[in-house]
Design a protein around this ligand. Structure first.
Ligand code: AHG
Ligand code: MN
Ligand code: MN
Length: 327
């Protein structure tokens, strides 16, 4: 298939700023190195956890740190961005003299799955830089200001799914070429679905609207929805979202009574999980909500702020929002 379009060519033809294209290509190359590191896992002795936690208080896997460092070093050497925020960095990392882009990423998402050989990924968001020496506060921009959002899924194939505001494209890593090639030119999330994704083990903690929505889905054909639903939960957001980008579905990681009791505002991070995934889903015709409002309209208050997430097929997101709005 010699007529396949490589990522670099697709970016050049997309009409985006050439520096933004170069930045995205630079990160795609770093993700190919992450794919190699993830694939080698046990062969390199890099599976398993470190005896330290990140700013989130979560134990870091070796590959969390390896992936983070591959992206940070690639960006520092490229000069194609002037600031970095990462799940694995306490604070923003400034890049002196870099181009006016802020890059945010979850370098390895779903890393609890890495030791059991289940798909993991990288999530990327790009924002405009308000100045050339950014600090944490400069990153606190609402998701609708993103210039690019992408994820890479390290699964049976290594896939890059990307938007720069004109729909969503999918690229597959062709290892023979050492490049991502276009394999989907307009991903689209069906408005309707019969598949929900939630960690059902937290059922006893759910807020009433979430409990009502799931109860109605599980009631199936004889219940208020009048049709049967199926459930999937991979516990790797990139994998769950890619399924939804491919065949529809609704993904829920809501806040719940147990998390609220611990002062939490959800599990997933706004800046480098909810915002990029939310924009990708919206650009593919889906919706991304907290259950009570659009994720991309949230004005952030912290670099590692957590939010409730309900995203995917627009009609199902609306069903959840309707239950939050009900008296
Ligand atoms: P990360 O590995 O970057 O911390 O992200 C894990 C997230 C997300 O990928 C996934 O949807 C969710 O955590 C799974 O949470 P549970 O383990 O509670 O199911
Ligand atoms: Mn994650
Ligand atoms: Mn992570």
């Amino acid at each position: 298939m010699s007529d396949l379009v490589e990522l670099k060519t697709s970016l050049a033809q997309s009409g985006i700023d050439p520096d933004l294209g170069a930045l995205l290509d630079c990160m795609a190359q770093a993700c190919i190195e992450i794919a190699d590191a993830v694939e080698r896992g046990a062969l390199s002795g890099t599976l398993g956890a470190l005896d330290r936690a990140n700013v989130q208080g979560e134990t870091q896997k070796q590959l969390d740190v390896i992936s983070n460092d591959l992206l940070v070093h690639a960006l520092q050497n490229s000069g194609l961005a002037c600031g970095i925020a990462s799940e694995e960095e306490d604070h923003a990392v400034a890049i002196p003299g870099g181009a006016p882009y802020l890059v945010l990423f979850d370098p390895l998402d779903g890393s609890s799955n890495i030791d059991v050989n289940v798909t993991v990924g990288t999530i990327i968001s790009v924002l405009p830089a308000p100045n050339s020496a950014p600090n944490d506060a400069d990153f606190l921009q609402p998701g609708h200001r993103q210039l690019a959002a992408a994820y890479v899924a390290y699964g049976p194939s290594t896939l890059l799914v990307l938007t720069t505001g004109d729909g969503v494209k999918q690229f597959t890593l062709d290892r023979a070429r050492g490049a991502f090639v276009l394999t989907g030119s307009a991903l689209s999330v069906p408005k309707q679905t019969a598949e929900f994704a939630i960690n059902a083990a937290r059922q006893r903690h759910w807020l009433a609207p979430i409990a009502a929505y799931i109860r109605d889905c599980v009631a199936g054909e004889t219940g208020p929805r009048g049709r049967d639903f199926n459930m999937r939960w991979i516990a790797s957001m990139v994998a769950d979202v890619h399924r939804i980008m491919t065949r529809g579905g609704v993904f829920l990681y809501p806040n719940d009574h147990a998390m609220i009791a611990e002062g939490m505002t959800g599990k997933l991070r706004l800046m480098y999980e909810a915002n990029p995934m939310g924009w990708l889903v919206e650009q593919a015709g889906g919706a991304a909500s907290t259950g009570e409002g659009r994720i991309l309209d949230i004005v952030p208050s912290g670099l590692h702020q957590r939010v409730p997430v309900v995203l995917g097929s627009a009609d199902e997101v609306a069903e959840v929002e309707a239950r939050f709005a009900a008296p």
